[in-house]
Design a binder for this molecule. Structure first.
Ligand code: HT9
Ligand code: FE2
Length: 375
């Protein structure tokens, strides 16, 4: 097994590059409206919600932290790869802002890259976190083909929500946040694991068809990560902190059901129930981007202050070296699979490793569109 994952034996063969594929964000006030237009094209988000979200960005000078965080992750990946003798170039492209995916893929093709492993900055199954990226890849490949360029093969790496390199940095973060709470409320603190709300219909159909059902793979995967972190914290502190999975950043029309409860409503309910403190744990996100900075650090934190409820927000993985190492392992694991080997899968929790290739019917879109890197 170890041999299959040794970069000095086969390298990442058959891959000749890794593509970091992310959301993208504005880098100045003049970018905010065009960015939001890119995000919401054809998605039916109410105008009021868009104005409101624009204000979140303007509050931070029109700059989302996400691009800077991806630049740091790129550096962390290059450092990790170089330190482990893995000679694999790493590129970066986004769905909604420069560097745009199509431009990056064009550059990759011009550099002679033919077989590309893709890491998305979304750890879980769902239309927004998985299939939509595959649709973006299909669109970009079609654009290159229309330009007469040779189309590379792209393989999306499996979901990594339950990879130790994703979970362990978050466990440390929760322990740090608990330690920062005033001592008299620390032991009674509850953990609020939080992720992006999505329409209930999208949650129910998330993941492979056999996982479909109430909450689908999206909710099941988050519950697994939450239970893992909770158990590790109990083991390390000896305290059994009560926990719940809650949601944030809801958009869409009010009459369409989205996953609940919202973090702010949850904080209110916790306070009313006499809970002395809460640690918000943003397990749904890969870096401390705007959903974390605004929805948790600004809005939910203000709500808690209004209630007089002590809260802390624990960090996401960002460019933690353990996450960079996890990405290397995911590349080498998948490379071994593509060479016909059966590598060991590094995985925690009760769900096992997610599929390498999305089956037909995985995280379906409202209206079917071409998607790359699937069956
Ligand atoms: C599951 C999920 C993730 C987590 C997985 C992943 O990371 O992919 C995520 C991440 C992100 N979402 C982001 C930003 C936005 N998401 C929006 C809208 C939406 N997100 C959705 C879902 C998700 N989103 C959904 C179902 C919608 C409704 C419309 C639609 O179906 O598309 C809108 C429109 C306005 C609004 O309504 O909020 C914005 C501006 C940013 C960038 C932050 C930054 O700039 O730092 C990031 C990382
Ligand atoms: Fe989003």
């Amino acid at each position: 097994m170890a041999e299959a994952l040794d970069p000095t034996a086969w390298g990442a063969t058959p891959y000749d590059a890794l593509l970091l594929l992310s959301f993208g964000g504005p880098e100045g006030p003049e970018d905010v409206v065009p960015f939001l237009e890119n995000v919401t094209r054809g998605r039916g988000i109410p105008r009021e919600r868009l104005k409101e979200v624009g204000q979140h960005y303007f509050l931070f000078g029109g700059v989302s932290p996400i691009n800077g965080q991806n630049r740091e992750l790129l550096e962390a990946l290059r450092t990790d790869f170089a330190g482990h003798g893995l000679d694999l170039p790493v590129y970066w492209g986004n769905r909604n802002w420069a560097p745009y995916l199509t431009d990056t893929l064009r550059e990759m093709v011009k550099d002679g890259r033919r077989r590309i492993a893709v890491l998305c900055t979304s750890a879980y199954a769902s239309y927004s976190g998985c299939r939509q990226y595959r649709e973006n890849l299909a669109d970009a490949l079609a654009a290159l083909e229309a330009e007469g360029l040779q189309v590379p093969v792209v393989d999306k790496l499996r979901h990594y929500f339950n990879h130790p390199g994703f979970v362990e940095p978050m466990i440390d973060g929760v322990l740090r946040s608990l330690a920062e709470l005033p001592e008299d409320v620390r032991e009674g603190a509850h953990l609020a694991f939080t992720t992006h709300s999505i329409p209930v219909s999208a949650a129910d159909t998330s993941g492979a068809p056999e996982a479909h059902g109430d909450g689908g793979a999206y909710v099941a995967e988050h519950l697994d990560v939450a239970a893992l972190i909770h158990a590790a914290v109990r083991e390390r502190t000896g305290v059994d902190h009560a926990w719940r999975l809650v949601y944030q950043s809801r958009s869409g029309a009010p009459h369409i059901p989205w996953l609940e409860p919202d973090i702010c409503d949850h904080l209110e309910a916790e306070h009313a129930a006499g809970v002395p403190a809460v640690v918000m744990v943003p397990i749904g996100f890969v870096s401390d981007h705007m959903e974390v900075l605004y929805d948790l650090d600004t809005e939910a934190t203000a709500k808690a202050a209004e209630l007089g409820l002590p809260v802390r927000r624990s960090p996401t993985v960002g460019s933690d070296p353990r996450f960079a190492a996890a990405v290397r392992e995911l590349v080498l694991e998948r490379a071994a699979v593509e060479r016909g080997e059966q590598p060991a899968r590094c995985v925690l929790g009760s769900l096992g490793a997610s599929h390498d290739v999305c089956p037909v019917g995985c995280c379906p879109a409202r209206a079917p569109r071409p998607a790359a890197a699937g069956s």
